[in-house]
Design a protein around this ligand. Structure first.
Ligand SMILES: Nc1ncnc2c1ncn2[C@@H]1O[C@H](COP(=O)(O)OP(=O)(O)O)[C@@H](O)[C@H]1O
Ligand SMILES: [Mg+2]
Length: 319
């Protein structure tokens, strides 16, 4: 029997299964066992406990949630509640922040990190939208604040197109409008992986010839790419501001301003797939090692915290 138990929910496709197996093996060597497939979508809560596949989640020493794609509101709700009692990776607050593009840009901008110029306005605020597109040389990018994989992102190329969209917007039940200035860039981006405040690796994605979005789901292709010290610095700083323990920072280079711009910070950055490893994305082992070290440290910290709390409680009972 290992001394500690960690719960895990990890993606299986694209080589995820093998990564999970490596994590489990290395954690076992540190006296930590792993219960896998703890998907909060299958959990219920009752009497102060969240139960998932007969596991009392509150008894875990840590919960590692690493399944890309959008989480349902239900999963997020339980994740938030669990995070109150059990250390979670990523921590819930930072994860929730980064699921929202507006809140992320806002926080980064306030910390002085270069993001795209953005504007958030009320759905019926045509005036602001009109002014914005004029200010931004007749172009803007509309983004759902909770989107992923490039989905729902639309480039509006001129004021006339915006005028044509306006009546349609009135019939949607969008909560708000989030738009960004279109950045003039070379149609390729940088993904910089960070774990526990340390640089893990970098790669790039290139948009297909007929598109301006680099997402793989938009037809983008992955390429090996070196990171400059400046780029790493930007990614480390952005990660620190979000508070994510594990992050993948998406950055493009603004040709006009000649500087790096942070597009978003991902809370579940995928490991390199076997195909990507074959073209030179060789950071998986380093990433696994850093995550294992991080889990071990968190588990120990939590154990000591609990032990101290028990001691204090038994002391006060004696008095
Ligand atoms: N303001 C922008 N200017 C130019 N290109 C952008 C801008 N915002 C996003 N893109 C392009 O669209 C892609 C998807 O945008 P992103 O904000 O990362 O959303 P998602 O979460 O859907 O990946 C980016 O990888 C980039 O290629
Ligand atoms: Mg992206």
């Amino acid at each position: 029997m290992n001394k500690y138990t960690v719960g895990m929910w990890m993606y299986k496709n694209g080589g995820g299964e093998l990564i999970q197996a490596k994590l489990i093996n290395q954690l076992r060597e540190r006296d930590i066992s792993v219960i896998t497939d703890l998907n909060l979508a299958h959990a219920t809560a009752h009497n102060g406990e969240i139960i998932c596949h007969n596991v009392v989640m509150e008894d875990l020493d840590l919960y590692f949630s690493y399944n890309a794609g959008q989480q349902t509101a239900y999963q997020m709700y339980l994740y938030q509640a669990l995070n109150e009692t059990v250390p979670c990776l990523n921590n819930y607050d930072s994860f929730a922040l980064c699921e929202d593009k507006y809140r992320t840009s806002h926080k980064l901008a306030r910390a002085g990190i270069r993001t795209t110029d953005y504007r958030l306005c009320n759905t019926d605020d045509k005036h602001t939208l009109k002014n914005t597109i004029r200010e931004w040389d007749g172009r803007l990018v509309y983004k759902p604040t909770d989107g992923w994989g490039g989905m729902g992102i639309v480039k509006v190329e001129n004021e006339r197109s915006l005028d044509m969209l306006m009546p349609f917007l009135e019939h949607t039940n969008l909560k708000h409008l989030y738009v960004e200035r279109y950045i003039n860039y070379d149609m390729s981006d940088f993904r910089v992986d960070i774990v526990d405040g340390q640089f893990v690796g970098c790669y790039g994605r290139k948009a297909p010839a007929d598109d301006w979005k680099t997402n793989i789901s938009s037809g983008g292709t992955v390429m090996a790419r070196e990171a400059s010290d400046e780029l790493i610095e930007v990614a480390l700083k952005a990660t620190e501001i979000t508070g994510l323990e594990i992050a993948g920072v998406d950055i493009i280079f603004d040709e006009d301003a000649q500087e790096y711009v942070v597009l978003e910070v991902n809370g579940i950055p995928a490991f390199a797939t076997p195909e990507q490893e074959a073209i030179g994305l060789n950071f998986n082992d380093k990433k696994i090692e850093l995550i294992v070290n991080l889990i071990e440290r968190k588990v120990h910290e939590n154990f000591e915290k609990k032990a101290l709390k028990n001691e204090l409680e038994s002391d006060s009972e004696e008095e």
